[in-house]
Ligand binder design. Structure first.
Ligand code: SF4
Length: 360
């Protein structure tokens, strides 16, 4: 596209966006804190999933000081089920830094904002363009797909080493006078019209600018390289029952599920019996002797880079005092108290069965 076409493209795109954009809660505010929360939640997560989380999160932490003041555990509880828990931990840390080092005001300067925990290239561009009109292109998976089709970019969208090509294309098209609106318009086009499987080209406001459409080659873009199959791990977990209470442990504040509560357990060895693995893991992790009473449930769960098959056992406490190796905290709780703690989604899958059989 030449400069004149690019200007027309922006006008058409933004005009369409103003008419057709979805009425989403984060679009009704100019508060950079709220925009930041929404963009962090929206990474790799569907809009319909995010809306109730966003609303609940802002009820719990309506502004940046309230988030900074709160316990990490309360933040994780509000985030529970949304996944990618490092995002919640980073937001909490970043809020503390904004209070301590920026007088409680979200930095407008993209370089300063970009130094906060969890603020990568995409979040930096999305938040500072939408909240402060900074001229940075926000390039997520949706936008890459649209760019690949519009400009016939043949480099794979799912390899970070080619990200630069997409950023360069996005820079070229960006409307520097209204970058926040432009970025949101591109994302909305990707979400509503230029969708992954079946783009709705007949309804597309920018089809006259789209190289792939003009050449009848929409199905060839974007190019994706085949991903490695994700590994599957077998896990054994024990619900240790003692005096009508069960033992839960808290993971350290790092990694995929850092800071969340869970039941003790771990990977089953290559030729290991799952019940034996459960007893061994409980001994290694919390230093208790237990015996398996019954198999409670088998849970399958997929994370981004691996899958698990988790066998859950009800176990009887036999002896020993809790000594932690790995987890950083523990509690003996009644089952009625379980909702006060944040657990990974895979654990929630066996809670109904656990509630039914109890911990006697
Ligand atoms: Fe996407 Fe089709 Fe529009 Fe091109 S014409 S941008 S492929 S929806």
């Amino acid at each position: 596209m030449n400069q004149q076409q690019i200007r027309k493209f922006r006008k058409r795109l933004i005009g369409w966006y103003r008419e057709n954009r979805r009425d989403l809660p984060w679009r009704k505010t100019n508060d950079p804190y709220c925009i930041w929360i929404s963009e962090v939640m929206l990474q790799q997560t569907r809009v319909e999933t995010v809306v109730p989380y966003y609303q609940r999160f802002l009820q719990c932490f309506p502004d940046l000081p309230s988030l900074a003041r709160s316990d990490l555990e309360a933040v994780l509880k509000a985030w529970e089920g949304l996944g990618y828990y490092a995002r919640a931990r980073n937001l909490h840390r970043a809020a503390g830094i904004v209070i301590a080092e920026h007088q409680g005001v979200v930095p407008q300067d993209p370089d300063l904002f970009g130094k906060l925990p969890g603020v990568g290239v995409y979040i930096r561009a999305a938040v500072t363009s939408i909240a402060f009109d900074k001229p940075l292109p926000a390039v997520d998976g949706n936008v890459k797909r649209v760019l690949a089709r519009l400009m016939k970019i043949g480099e794979p969208v799912n390899r970070s080493s080619f990200h630069r090509s997409f950023t360069a294309a996005a820079q070229q098209l960006l409307d520097r006078r209204q970058p926040g609106t432009y970025n949101q318009a591109m994302m909305e086009l990707g979400a509503l019209i230029c969708m992954p499987g079946q783009p709705d080209c007949p309804r597309c406001p920018v089809r006259s600018f789209c190289s792939a459409f003009k050449e009848n080659g929409v199905d060839r873009y974007p190019v994706r390289l085949r991903s490695e199959p994700v590994p599957e791990y077998r896990i054994a977990v024990g619900v240790v029952c003692r005096n009508n209470r069960v033992l839960i442990t808290r993971r350290k504040n790092e990694g995929l599920l850092g800071g969340l509560w869970e039941f003790p357990g771990g990977k089953i060895g290559p030729r290991e019996d799952p019940e034996a693995a459960c007893i061994r893991e409980i001994k290694e992790e919390v230093n208790l002797h237990v015996e398996v009473m019954a198999h409670l449930s088998r849970v399958k769960h997929a994370y981004t880079h691996f899958k698990i098959v988790m066998d859950v056992y009800r176990c009887r406490y036999l002896g020993g005092r809790v000594k932690l190796s790995g987890p950083v905290d523990y509690r003996w709780i009644r089952l009625e108290e379980i909702d006060r703690f944040a657990f990974p989604k895979a654990n929630h899958k066996f809670f109904p069965m656990l509630r039914k059989v109890g911990c006697r």
